[in-house]
Design a protein around this ligand. Sequence first.
Ligand code: GDP
Length: 383
Amino acid sequence: MNAKSRFRKVLLFSRIDSFVTCGPVRTVRDTDEPGIRQFRVEAIPCYNLVLNLIIIFESKNLADMEKFFVTGHRGLVGSAVVRRLAAEPVETLVATRDEVDLRDGMLVEKFFDDAHPDFVIHVAGTVGGIHANQSRPVDFLYDNSLLHLTVLRAAWLFETKKLLYLGSSCIYPRDCPQPIKEEYLMTGPLERTNDAYAIAKISGLMACQAYRRQYGCNFISGMPTNLYGPNDNFDLQTSHVLPALIRKFHEAKLNGDSSVTVWGTGQPRREFLHVDDLADACLFLLENYDESETINIGTGQDVQISELADIIRTVVYPEAKIKFDSSKPDGTPRKLLDVSKLHSLGWQHQIELHDGIARTYDWFLRSLEQQQVRLQAGVENRT
Ligand code: GDP
């Protein structure tokens, strides 16, 4: 059974009894009628606005209900997961940072107590590119450590059926053999430019395994490669290379500049996965993967930064020349994941790099018009 067919088990009907603005689930109670559960979502208590959502199951079996809590739903990854879940007849729960600051364990437990998600896709994180990691290591360490401590504990306490946590390919040892197999984790020194982030994320992966060992929780983890796509961070100081170069070439075209400056020597190699492919892989893993060892998620193909720059140049501004600024750091020389484990389970990426960049540039242009591009995002707080 694939992810789609499994998640198509329920039919949902909703009735809006009174006008409401969006707010977190406050109470959940069974009604007298078998198979019907009532959710009360209180928007702003002082206005006493209430939405009663009546959910009737095809099977009349409450146990069939599948609620997915996606953390970090405004970020690159979380928003893609929410888009992917919209194609499934499931209930997707999200919470903004103002509603539930995921670094606050009490708030997180309250949310789980109220909402009781069946599945958690835990992708919230404080993330950024090479410069942001170098200059703000404490933010990366503090936020990302708390984020898994709170959410995993609540998922255990409130008996979430399954949780998927995402690491990142940049937390493998700096000089490990290529392509990187899952078993290379913690076999050597980390890349200095992002070691604080890496330590926090490694502890998240370990936490999934510890909950599984001590309490039998079905917590799994995936290790995505470099990601890109809609809702990426395009702030030149804190972004990753792909969105940074899309913006640089775009602005060079607007200004009529003859060249674009690419950081470093252009020699390092990186693998890139479109975030819509990652979202699909997340659902695939929830359906098909139950092991404690983390699993790599990528394309299995990498390019030199100079090649990447050339593809972006072709898509955005073919007339531009490329200059390299070798005073900027290169970071890890190569980061290519071995994805044979994921391929052997039956999942492959669908979006090739050139096509993915063209789609992302289209999104960038459309979103610029609507002023929805993060051009001055700072460090991305997906909490
Ligand atoms: P990393 O994969 O963790 O090293 O993070 P980045 O995506 O920030 O950087 C990847 C590579 O792209 C590094 O070698 C950077 O020096 C290089 N690079 C080239 N131009 C840029 C740029 O404009 N912004 C960023 N962030 N990296 C760039």
